[in-house]
Design a protein around this ligand. Structure first.
Ligand code: Y39
Ligand code: FE
Ligand code: FE
Length: 230
């Protein structure tokens, strides 16, 4: 049975909440910063979509500012060192792919995996957020759907040529997401975000994305469970 924590039961000023928030807020701030940098790099890799991608990068830097304000509002100091570590696996895979000009891998990492992770996290956070953070996050999650859509449309238009690279990039990067989810599960729980709900929402977003790109249901089952252990 699902346990629903009412926002009225959450003490946003407790030391326990603020300690967990110092890591989750930092993850989100660092994630938005990396997303900003990733879209700038994607703009260089896809010059015909430069304008769109620069526009997306600017949205990410606005998101970062919004989440910094959420931390300040709760008088929480984000643990940015922790957050850099948290993203290091996906970060180095993206950098390596970008250096090799592997645009399909870069799109899978940022526009599919990271965006689906963000959408899942923000959807689960909104009902249990403080009033200030909820308003910010509601605005942000709308943007994240448009980022995911950019990746879906490009990969759909280039599906046959991208398929093999997508499979390989999925195999290398999806296990990192499950590892990251496990790492953050205890802190998320303190914020009343259930791990099962995060996994479920991620699976739904990612599965829908793969379907929109052109994968069959059978492919999606195989791809989206890759590296899922718990
Ligand atoms: O595209 C984006 O804006 C994504 C960078 C932001 C990533 C946010 C990562 C959210 C994970 C939080 C985990 C909390 C349970
Ligand atoms: Fe964002
Ligand atoms: Fe985004």
């Amino acid at each position: 049975m699902q346990q629903i924590t009412e926002p009225s039961e959450i003490d946003f000023q407790s030391e326990k909440y603020k300690d967990a928030y110092s890591r989750i807020n930092a993850i989100v701030i660092e994630g938005e910063q990396e997303a900003y940098e990733n879209y700038i790099q994607l703009a260089q890799l896809l010059p015909t979509h430069k304008e769109d991608l620069i526009r997306l990068s600017k949205m990410e830097s606005r998101h970062k500012k919004g989440f910094e304000a959420c931390g300040r509002n709760l008088q929480v100091e984000p643990d940015l060192q922790f957050a850099k570590e948290f993203f290091s696996g996906l970060h180095s895979n993206f950098q390596k792919a970008a250096a090799e000009g592997k645009v399909v891998t870069c799109l899978l990492i940022q526009a599919l995996i990271i965006e689906c992770f963000a959408i899942a996290a923000y959807n689960i956070y909104i009902p249990v957020a403080d009033d200030f953070a909820r308003k910010i996050t509601e605005g942000v999650v709308k943007d994240e759907y448009s980022h995911l859509n950019f990746g879906e449309v490009w990969l759909k238009d280039n599906f046959e040529a991208s398929k093999t690279e997508l499979e390989e990039a999925n195999r290398q990067n999806l296990p990192l997401v499950w590892k990251m989810l496990n790492q953050v599960a205890d802190d998320a729980e303190v914020l009343a975000m259930e791990k099962d709900a995060l996994v479920e929402d991620f699976m739904i977003q990612y599965g829908e994305a793969l379907s929109n790109i052109g994968f069959t249901t059978r492919d999606i089952m195989r791809l989206s469970a890759y590296g899922l252990v718990a």
